[in-house]
Ligand binder design. Sequence first.
Ligand SMILES: Cc1cc2nc3c(=O)[nH]c(=O)nc-3n(C[C@H](O)[C@H](O)[C@H](O)COP(=O)(O)OP(=O)(O)OC[C@H]3O[C@@H](n4cnc5c(N)ncnc54)[C@H](O)[C@@H]3O)c2cc1C
Length: 357
Amino acid sequence: MSNIHVDYIILGQGITGTFLSYYLQKAGKKIIVIDDAEIFTASRIASGVINPVTGRRVVETWMINDIMPFAVNAYLQLGNEINESVIQQCNVLSFHASVQMKQAFEDRLPDDHKYLRTPLNEESLHQYFNFYLGVGETNPCYLADIQILLLSWKKKLLNDNLLLEEKFDWADCIITENNITYKNIVAEKIICCEGSAGVHNPYFTLLPYAKNKGEVIIAEIPDLPRTNIYKQGLTIVPWKENLFWIGSPYEWNYSDTNPTAAFKIKTQLQLQQWLKLPYKILDHWAAERPANVERRPFVGLHPLMPSVGILNGMGTKGCSLAPFFANELTEYLINNAPINPLADVRRFSKVLSRSIS
Ligand SMILES: Cc1cc2nc3c(=O)[nH]c(=O)nc-3n(C[C@H](O)[C@H](O)[C@H](O)COP(=O)(O)OP(=O)(O)OC[C@H]3O[C@@H](n4cnc5c(N)ncnc54)[C@H](O)[C@@H]3O)c2cc1C
């Protein structure tokens, strides 16, 4: 079998590998993507919400004023490439669950005219939900259709002979500082976009991952308007056709990544209290988020082995962070443009030098 020569192997076609393969190709680079087509990965079950505020204190998320407009534009561009509409504005209505949460939202209102407001239609929401402490609106928020995006991009890669659907094994690699050989593929670099499986990557296993598990229920709620994302502990997000995505807790102690009866029962109890409409559960999924203790991505090349790079650690916000940092990594690889020091994986140079010593 003759060798295939490419500039980059991209390991993983979640949301990070998808955007990185898009930008590197756009920059004229030869790529090949390897993905094992796991069904329940973070990207494949993510709701795709891009929310500019976070936490109980309703503060702006990290770099959101740069990251959100970049992401919206990136989804529009990649959507055009695959002839799909994959991004829409969909604001979050937060039903205050306690007096303290209502207070926290109201305290932030005077300072944050950009993203926070009181919804105009609060009264009309009583026909759908039980609530007693009012509602706050985050506007604008966006909803990306990650499933359509990944599937259509995968079809395009397969069509162009640029995707290997197999499990990548480091034992099949020869890696030097200048290149990597995987079976019959020779590449200048491999960029690892493995999501939570990245904890097993021999070059980056010492990074401070703190994976957590999320579970999701897919339900039919025929009478609920699909105009908003609804939040009260649980989040209800418009999904395909007449379905809604309902999730998702952060679980740090778990023995496996399967869906649990406990989550399903807890969700049903919460819905019983909150939602006034009939619903029917159709599916239940779970996956791990590639989170880390710093809540900042891992972007760049291994400090001692520059033929191996990483784009990972997107945690709970991969749908907003991935386009921005995939572009930043591409600019670094092509034009030597700087990577944000808070995201640059070289901040772990000391610890990473132990992984190959
Ligand atoms: C329930 C849930 C809801 C979420 N909702 C949101 C949300 O609304 N908004 C948001 O911004 N973020 C959300 N997230 C987080 C977001 O999904 C992640 O940050 C993001 O998907 C991570 O993408 P990734 O490409 O890094 O990893 P992944 O999606 O895990 O992709 C990695 C890919 O690499 C492949 N792979 C790994 N190892 C190998 C190997 N050895 N060989 C071949 N292939 C391999 C995997 O099969 C996979 O396809 C959610 C996550 C969960 C679990």
